[in-house]
Each structure stands twice: as structure tokens, then as C-alpha cells.
Design a protein around this ligand. Structure first.
Ligand code: ZN
Length: 309
């Protein structure tokens, strides 16, 4: 299994970490939990995604908003704190996320080149879009990556792309980004009772699995498996937003999967891609409970052992 990781992914806010339930050091915890496993091959991005690459994706208004601390505070869902400067936020939070975007691009380049599966433990910022940033997502890494792959000639506009989103939240940013692009198929399994509730973006999803709050793992996996059966065979590349906020212990996701059920879900995803010979990029997505890192370690280990990496 190829895993993309950089120590620069980690967000260290000191005491300010209590402002948001996101565990900023979870990437380090995941790395520590996997590094002794000889089935896992780590690959590291050499630099963060450049602002030029990101700006090329954004609307002109967003190019300004993304450099304004009040807009960033809002997107991160924390109160505006007067003494915190933009440069502090940029260094402590935005830069780690740009490393995450670079990880997604690196994973996709490798997946296409080697027809394989590459797992970026960061990225999956599926609430960000060209015109907005929200839900702890600043940069839409899937959209930015897709644009970069087109520019580099690694993808053509005619190539069919698949986005599988198993994060507990509906991927409104990806749906909005690819609203008019019919070459992109979106499969989204989400808790229908929580943010984001926009009918406009929910209607963009090609294979939708809206679940009621409190759905258990058995039902989730059954519904997900049925949805995977509806996929075509001819996608050039798949992006998978594999959020671990579907865990029962997650306060925000509102679903009831165990750690083993999340691992089972990732195995189903990889089997579906393998069966159709689709190169895949797996992305971290959300995951706000203390069990999130443990769950990702379990899932990657299980997938590596199943030989589907
Ligand atoms: Zn989520």
C-alpha cells in the first residue's frame, strides 16, 4: 500500500487547539501507527501546493478572501480572535493544508502513472469550492488536482472521473465544482440530517445514498455496496473522500460505524476500484473523534493485508 504523508501535514495550534474538535496531530499519530509495517510504502510531497496553482482554480473574489483572516476564521468555524494575524493562520493551519493538497496531486500523478492506489492521509477538503470556503475546508484539493492534471496533459477533458465520498457529510464543494462537468460521476454516502443541506449540490450527486442520522454500520455497508454496483468500468481516475467521521464516537458525523466497519468500508472501496482497474486516490476527509487516527491505521493496515494496495 502506498501512503502519502509529510510531517508538515500536522497542525499545531498550542492552546488554541481547544477551539475546534479536529485533532491536528492525527496525521503524525497515523504515521507512527503505520511506519513499522513493511507492507506500507511512504511517499512524501517535496513542497506544498503553490498559491499560483491554487489561485488558478479560484474565482477572483476568492483570491482575495483566501488571504483575509476573517474569511478564514469563518471557514474554520472558530470565533474571530483579534490578536491572531493572517500570517499566524497561514503558517499554522493553511500551510499544512497546502501540503495536503500537494499530497493529493502527488497521489494522483502516481496513481495515473502506475495504475495503482495511492492513499493520501490528508486532503479531501470536500466543502471548499472555487467561490467559497467552509466546513474546515479552504482549498478544494480534488478540483485543484483535476485542473493541474489537465494542464500537465496527464488527463484529457474527455476522461471520465469518479468521485466517491464516504465522509459523513455531503461533499457540496466537489458537487459545486463539477456541477456542469458531466464527465465526473459522483457517488456520495452521507448523513442527510446534518450540514450541508443544500438541495442544489445534493441534486448534483449521480449515485446518492442519503442516510438518516444514527444509521448503523451494517445498514451503511449494505447501502454502500449496492451503490458501488452501479458504477461504470471506464473511469480514468477515482478520488475517494474517506472521512472517518462516520465513527460512532464522532460528535459531528452522526452515524454509528465501528472502527472495524470503517475498515470494511475502505476494503469495499478498494475492491470496487480493483475489479474495474480504476487508478485511485484515497483522501483523509473529515474525522473529528479521538478514535479517528486509530480507525485510519486499522483501515490502511487491513487494506494493505488484503493485498489490494
Ligand atoms: Zn465530514
Amino acid at each position: 500500500m502506498n501512503v502519502i504523508y509529510s510531517k508538515n501535514y500536522n497542525i499545531n495550534l498550542g492552546l488554541l487547539r481547544y477551539l475546534h474538535p479536529f485533532d491536528g496531530a492525527k496525521f503524525q499519530t497515523i504515521y507512527d501507527g503505520l511506519k513499522g509495517n513493511e507492507r506500507i510504502n511512504f511517499i512524501e510531497p517535496s513542497k506544498p501546493a503553490s498559491m499560483e496553482m491554487i489561485d488558478a482554480f479560484l474565482s477572483s473574489i476568492m483570491r482575495h478572501r483566501i488571504r483575509n483572516k476573517n474569511g478564514i476564521f469563518q471557514a474554520l468555524e472558530v470565533p474571530r480572535i483579534p490578536f491572531i494575524t493572517f500570517s499566524f493562520l497561514d503558517r499554522k493551519i493553511l500551510s499544512p493544508m497546502r501540503w495536503g493538497v500537494a499530497g493529493t496531486v502527488l497521489a494522483a500523478q502516481n496513481a495515473l502513472k502506475n495504475s495503482g492506489i495511492y492513499w493520501n492521509i490528508s486532503g479531501g477538503y470536500h466543502h471548499a469550492m472555487q467561490q467559497n470556503m467552509e466546513g474546515f475546508c479552504i482549498y478544494n484539493d480534488v478540483g485543484i488536482c483535476h485542473q493541474q492534471l489537465l494542464q500537465d496533459g496527464l488527463l484529457s477533458p474527455d476522461d471520465k472521473i469518479l468521485i466517491i465520498d464516504t465522509d459523513a457529510h455531503h461533499g457540496n464543494g466537489n458537487a459545486y465544482t463539477f456541477m456542469e462537468n458531466k464527465k465526473v460521476t459522483i457517488l456520495d454516502v452521507y448523513n442527510a440530517g446534518i450540514y450541508p443541506t443544500s438541495g442544489y449540490t445534493r441534486n448534483r450527486v449521480d449515485i446518492a445514498v442519503p442516510l438518516p442520522p444514527g444509521t448503523d454500520g451494517k445498514t451503511y455497508l449494505q447501502r454502500y455496496n449496492e451503490a458501488l454496483e452501479k458504477l461504470d468500468n471506464d473511469y480514468r481516475l477515482a478520488f475517494v473522500v474517506a472521512g472517518s467521521d462516520t465513527l460512532m464516537s464522532d460528535k459531528l458525523g452522526g452515524l454509528c460505524l465501528t472502527i472495524d466497519e470503517v475498515a470494511e468500508r475502505e476494503k469495499l472501496t478498494l475492491q470496487a476500484l480493483h475489479k474495474r482497474a480504476i487508478p485511485g486516490v484515497i483522501l483523509g476527509g473529515g474525522g473529528y473523534s479521538k478514535e479517528s487516527a486509530k480507525s485510519v491505521i486499522r483501515a490502511i493496515t487491513a487494506c494493505a493485508e488484503s493485498g489490494k494496495g
